[in-house]
Design a protein around this ligand. Structure first.
Ligand SMILES: Nc1ncnc2c1ncn2[C@@H]1O[C@H](COP(=O)(O)OP(=O)(O)OP(=O)(O)O)[C@@H](O)[C@H]1O
Length: 205
């Protein structure tokens, strides 16, 4: 099923940030979200992932299909790398964590407590989690933060394999991942200043 966003408006802290956002991500494809700092990428992704409601508009194809990776890795510090993946696999009704361990070169670290990993290693584990969800739509907010060049390549390979299996990816990033993907610049959809100040005024009433 295609992920379809239609005429979406989103707000942060009660202030409209984006308005009229429309795009689609078809099976087997990725869409790269672009836009300067503060443009609203995180806010948009959080709405699509169901973490906050939109102001208006439609999101279709997102029910029970999305695996979201935001700025926080969401690891269980007192579980090992392997136990973290087994935990998430169980949550999503999956069993096989081996491909995720291999894809992110986590086998040598599998018995380490997640809390003892470096920032980049934690990020690798956070991204490996996507693979054990079995979910087709990966919604990723700055996934390569803390990753070295080799790990970025592992990530790009994991996304490419996911797409080849009919998956989808919506990725906010400032770097070039080398993926064969379309880009979508959200800058033209920034809410008008008048909308922003109107909302702020309301907050004072
Ligand atoms: N809790 C908050 N309350 C009010 N405004 C907020 C809050 N969090 C973020 N904002 C504002 O909302 C706007 C959109 O922020 P958002 O994090 O979605 O942008 P972004 O495009 O992801 O930025 P970046 O590239 O820096 O990560 C920004 O102007 C930001 O300052």
């Amino acid at each position: 099923m295609t992920l379809r966003v239609t005429d979406l408006a989103v707000a942060r802290g009660g202030v409209p940030v984006l308005d009229g956002v429309t795009f689609a991500v078809a099976p087997g494809t990725a869409l790269i979200l672009r836009g300067p700092n503060g443009a609203g990428k995180t806010t948009l992704l959080r709405c699509i992932a169901g973490l906050q409601p939109p102001l208006s508009g439609r999101i279709d194809g997102a029910e029970e299909t999305i695996a979201y990776a935001g700025h926080a890795d969401g690891l269980k510090a007192m579980l090992s790398v392997r136990e973290n993946l087994e935990f998430w696999a169980q949550v999503f009704g999956q069993t096989d964590i081996a491909p995720a361990l291999i894809a992110y070169d986590l086998e040598p670290l599998q018995n380490r407590l997640a809390g003892t990993l470096s920032a980049g290693q934690k990020r690798r584990l956070g991204l490996a989690r996507l693979m054990v969800t079995g979910r087709p739509v990966w919604v990723l907010d700055e996934p390569t933060v803390s990753l070295d060049v080799a790990a970025v390549e592992l990530f790009a390979a994991a996304v490419t394999a996911h797409l080849a299996g009919g998956g989808m990816a919506l990725i906010a990033t400032h770097i070039n991942l080398g993926l064969d993907a379309q880009t979508f610049d959200i800058t033209p959809f920034r809410a008008k200043l008048s909308q922003r100040s109107a909302a702020s005024d309301e907050a004072f009433l």
